[in-house]
Design a protein around this ligand. Structure first.
Ligand code: CTP
Ligand code: CA
Length: 223
């Protein structure tokens, strides 16, 4: 990334990318998380920057380091991620690759929960805000292109198509995250790009190749 790239097809375009898991605290020492490594979101942010975009990378606590040449905003919880995204808009496009926790602990304890004789803690949950849906449905200043991801284990295309329609995004990248696919936490991805042009099944390839190809498509769409 750098000099050579500032001349790419996404020069002058501002793109927000979310990535990684979120951590939802239970108490000061414990949290609820998920298996997202942040690899696919990181690769997408890098690929967009390589094509010359100004990338704002809003990331949860990921395993992989953020790419060079992007503005990094680190967050932990879903609520923080929403606020961070809202704080960096407007943008020409937004790609929501983060594995956002659907629920948070309703009232996280400010002190460590201790074992008590014969007692088990009971956690109550509250639903997190849906960042993709919130941005997709903005009445003013909505990015021209909003891309979601759909992590599914069953009826992948059907569920992903319905998810995109429900949330109001423009494209959705569907992938099968069944454990045996090795996709979550792995180096490869096997996706179907769903847009108004239909469902396009891409061959299984590295996450960086998926990212490069998606970045090219985004550049065409924004041109
Ligand atoms: N997403 C989001 N905010 C949330 C939950 C999800 O922005 N609170 C985004 C993800 O980044 C992804 C898309 O929504 O781009 C779909 O996430 P997914 O977990 O597959 O969908 P959900 O609507 O949460 O449905 P479910 O987990 O029940 O399948
Ligand atoms: Ca979810």
């Amino acid at each position: 990334i750098d000099a050579a790239l500032s001349d790419g097809p996404l020069r002058g375009k501002r793109i927000v990318v979310t990535s990684g898991p979120t951590y939802e605290p239970i108490d000061p020492v414990r949290y609820i998380a998920n298996r997202s490594s942040g690899a696919q979101g990181t690769a997408i942010a890098r690929a967009l920057a390589v094509l010359g975009a100004e990338v704002i990378f809003v990331t949860g606590p990921a395993d992989v380091a953020p790419p060079e040449g992007v503005t990094v905003v680190k967050v932990e919880t879903a609520q923080q991620m929403l606020e961070a995204v809202q704080g960096v808009l407007p943008a020409d496009a937004a790609v929501f690759a983060a594995a956002v926790a659907d629920w948070r602990v309703a009232s996280a304890s400010s002190s460590k929960i201790k074992k008590t004789k014969g007692g088990l803690p009971v956690l109550e949950f509250a639903e997190n805000p849906d960042i993709l849906a919130t941005v997709s449905q903005m009445e003013q200043g909505r990015p021209d292109l909003v891309v979601g991801f759909a992590a599914e284990t069953d009826h992948v295309i059907e569920n992903a198509t319905a998810k995109c329609a429900r949330k109001g995004c423009d494209w959705i990248v569907a992938n099968d995250v069944s454990h045996e696919t090795g996709i979550m936490g792995g180096a490869e991805n096997d996706i179907t790009l769903i847009s108004d042009a239909g469902a396009e099944d891409w061959p299984r390839m590295s996450k960086s190749d998926v990212a490069a190809r998606l970045a090219e498509r985004i550049a065409q769409a924004l041109a």
